[in-house]
Every structure is written in structure tokens, then in C-alpha cells.
Design a binder for this molecule. Sequence first.
Ligand code: ADP
Length: 320
Amino acid sequence: MELPRYAIEAKGLVKTYAATKTTPAKTALNGLDLQIPRGSIFGLLGPNGAGKSTFINILAGLVRKTSGKVEIWGRDIDQRPRDSRAAIGVVSQEIAADVFFTPRESLEQQAGLYGVPPKERHTMDLLNALGLGDKADAYVRQLSGGMKRRLMVAKAMVHNPPVLILDEPTAGVDVELRRQLWQYVLGLNRLGVTIVLTTHYLEEAQELCDTIAIVNRGEVVACEPTSQLLRRLDTRAVVITPQAPLTAIPNLGRFDAKLRADGRLAVTFKTAEAGVETVLAAVREAGVAIKDLATEDPDLEDVFIALTYAAADAKNSTAY
Ligand code: ADP
């Protein structure tokens, strides 16, 4: 069979959650277009409420889209719901472990749900690969949080899907287990499995993902190879402790300044356009005496703000 070009492709995807008695209708996905290349380790980033989980839940068949088109492994989710779902394994945010089963039973049961014949199951290999071999017959309730999370990864892989989706996989997982989890995931990728992960941590995405999409308000605002994206986000901040408390944000001309709750002034600048010296000169010019200073690399929030502004500008300029 011919391999699809994209592991996942979404076109004009819309999801509006209906209003309830207490909440108004909410559009979580607002015409999302996304192409996830086959074989990639793809990061889906965005602030809380951007629509990441909604997208993943649509892929997993847990949420019904309002409109738009989605193909998983070249299979349309409306026309071939079962086939498309068989192509993905999803590790969701919540730890939903069946406390009455052992990890071995849990995987066997999951394999049964996917119709994997007993002879083709690879329960012990999966448990060993995820460092759970010696816990195969323990009760799930005796496992630590990190172990339960790894068990969920194993469950997502029982049917050998070509695409593995991880929603915030390392939230609450300690450093050592996180490394073990990534080793396994990277190993799967080397075997050809496409990996999609959502995370808040830019650092994590930066380290692992070859391609990153940034989602905001249900739309993709950037999607490119990680290195290219990071070059675009060459912003840094100078954080200044003033000699005397500031009562207002000084006017720094072309630099964007924010007054933090601790009284420090954070000034962001593009490294390609200015240096720390220029920023400091502007601060002094504005009459602020500097007591202390530090520099900071951008976090996802900054990156994100920069990109959403850029996207809004682009839209405005095409509108006129
Ligand atoms: P993310 O995973 O990026 O944090 P979500 O997909 O969880 O974003 O949420 C996107 C938006 O949709 C948010 O405003 C959220 O409040 C809303 N939302 C998510 N799930 C539901 C739901 N079941 N009913 C109503 N609104 C929802």
C-alpha cells in the first residue's frame, strides 16, 4: 500500500462547543489547517485554551467536529472512522488507569479492544520497553504516577499504530522517567512512527521536535521546522531593577516594556535589531536609574505574543 504524504492532515477544521445553561457556545477550533509530515516528531504548542486538546480529541474520536476535513494516515475520519482511528495511539492528559487490573491484563484487554489476535500481541515487549517489566503483575493502584503514565503509553501502542499522539506527556513526570519516556518515544520514531506531542514547555519541544506548530485561538499561527521557528523568535528581554520604584511604564520608543509585579521592568528586543547596550541607553534616556539587571531568553509566552501580533499584522495588511 502506498504511504500517505502526511500522517495527519486537517483542513478548515471547526469545533464549536454548544452553549449550556451556564456557559455560552465556544469556538475552540476556528478553521484549523495543519499538515503533519509522516515520520516527524511534531510539536503542537500553544497556551491554555488554544484548542490543542480539542484537536486531539477529534482525532481520537472523542469529540465530534463541527465542520472541516481530517485525514489520519490518508483515511478520512468521516468516511473511514474505524480505519483512521486504528492508525493512531493516543495518550491523553488524564491518567485513566483501571485500578483493578494489572499492567499485563490492562494491555491484553486493550489489545482485545483493537482486535489484535493473541498471537500478535506483544504485551511483555511493550512493558519491558517502558521499564514496567517487573510490574507486569502488580496492581495498577500500586504504581507511581510516572509508571501509570508509561502504562498509558504502552496501552496506546498495543495495535502498533503508525502515529503516536501524546497530550502533555511529561506533566508531573520526574526527570529520570521523562528521559526514559523520551528514549522510548525517540526509538519508536527511528522505527518510523510519527510522533505528535502537545506541550507547554518550549524547551521540551525545542529539544525533541523537528517541526513545531503554534496554535492560538483555534488557528495555526506558525508551522515550520524547529530551527527556522527559533530563528524567527530571536527575542530576548532585559529585566531591570530600578533605583526608585516606577509609578508608570516609561516610554522606550521602539522597545516594548512591561512592569512586573515585583517592580522590575522587562524590556523585550529583537537580537537581530538591537543589543543590550541599546536597550539600556533607551532606559537611561527615559530617566530610569538602573540598580540591577538580568537578561532572559524568551519563553513560550513571549514567542507566542510575538507570533500572534505578527499574524494579526499580516491579516490587517492584506485587508487593506
Ligand atoms: P488546550 O488543550 O489548548 O488548552 P482546549 O482544546 O482544551 O485547549 O480548549 C479550547 C477551548 O474550548 C477553551 O476555551 C475551552 O474552555 C473550550 N472547551 C474545551 N472543552 C470544552 C467542552 N467540553 N465544552 C465547552 N467548552 C470546551
